[in-house]
Design a protein around this ligand. Sequence first.
Ligand SMILES: C[S@@+](CC[C@H](N)C(=O)[O-])C[C@H]1O[C@@H](n2cnc3c(N)ncnc32)[C@H](O)[C@@H]1O
Length: 294
Amino acid sequence: MNNPSKPRGPARPHPASKHPSRPENPRGAPGSPRTFARPSKPPLRVQTTTLWEYPSQHYGEGLQGDPRYVGATPSYIPWNLMQRYTSEGDLVVDPFCGSGTTLDVAKSLNRVAKGYDLVPSRPDIEQADARKLPLASGTAALVFLDPPYGDHIDYSDDPRCIGKLSAYDPQYYEQMDRALDECARILRPGGHLGLYVCDYFDKKKGLAAVGFGLLQSLAHKLEIVDIISVVRHNKSLEKGNFHKAAEEQNFFLRGFNYLLIARKPEPKPAPARPRSDRGDRGDRGDRGRRGPPR
Ligand SMILES: C[S@@+](CC[C@H](N)C(=O)[O-])C[C@H]1O[C@@H](n2cnc3c(N)ncnc32)[C@H](O)[C@@H]1O
């Protein structure tokens, strides 16, 4: 419903260090130094409530990921997760890496990052299926994923693309369950996972509660830490008559995405054995003494 014609996901070449959002000021007088119209972006801050919002897709002076990539993640989301749950040098993994937003954020924070996608859009993204990652178990401090939410974006011609499966098809949830198994496998004990996802609504089929579907799956593998509501700034919704239609036809447009945060439990320490099992002898006179027997 939100997007009747399927946009195509893969990006054109990554714009590297270019700043398309900073056009030259056309009013600069001939011969005068060139000036640039800088977009005003508020400074980044760690989000402290379960309602997250930032008015731009990118932060700072540069770009993270490719702004032209349909379905790119707002970069302040992986930035916030890395600030909270990782330290410098930690491994961050994105199994559905798209235009590489997570890699750029990780680099800016001195984290080590690995990104995978069926159709890598740039050389630092490795070709792999999110359901079988070429990575050792228990190694990642953070896994961030923004997977397809159904089949409303045409990411590639690869038949293994999870974006070929409708959010109304149980197969979508089965395949995402396999990808989440793989995420849980590569996380180190105590490591965190952030899953960015949105529900889908079709006027004829009704609601596909994708967020709740994936939350159920996740809860079988990891501990749920929290559920964040991320305010959507979808420019395409501002163009058409979507809001008028939503009012007249009595349905709701998607106003938020979920960010599901989960954690891999640490192994529980083995319960202390009672003294009688330890072979302690009551006649040594060392009861209550700390440290090794002298
Ligand atoms: C929503 S996009 C990710 C956007 C990315 N976070 C960014 O900021 O650019 C989803 C990505 O998942 C990829 N994908 C779909 N199925 C996949 C699979 N089975 N294994 C790996 N990647 C897959 C698509 O090719 C697409 O690039």
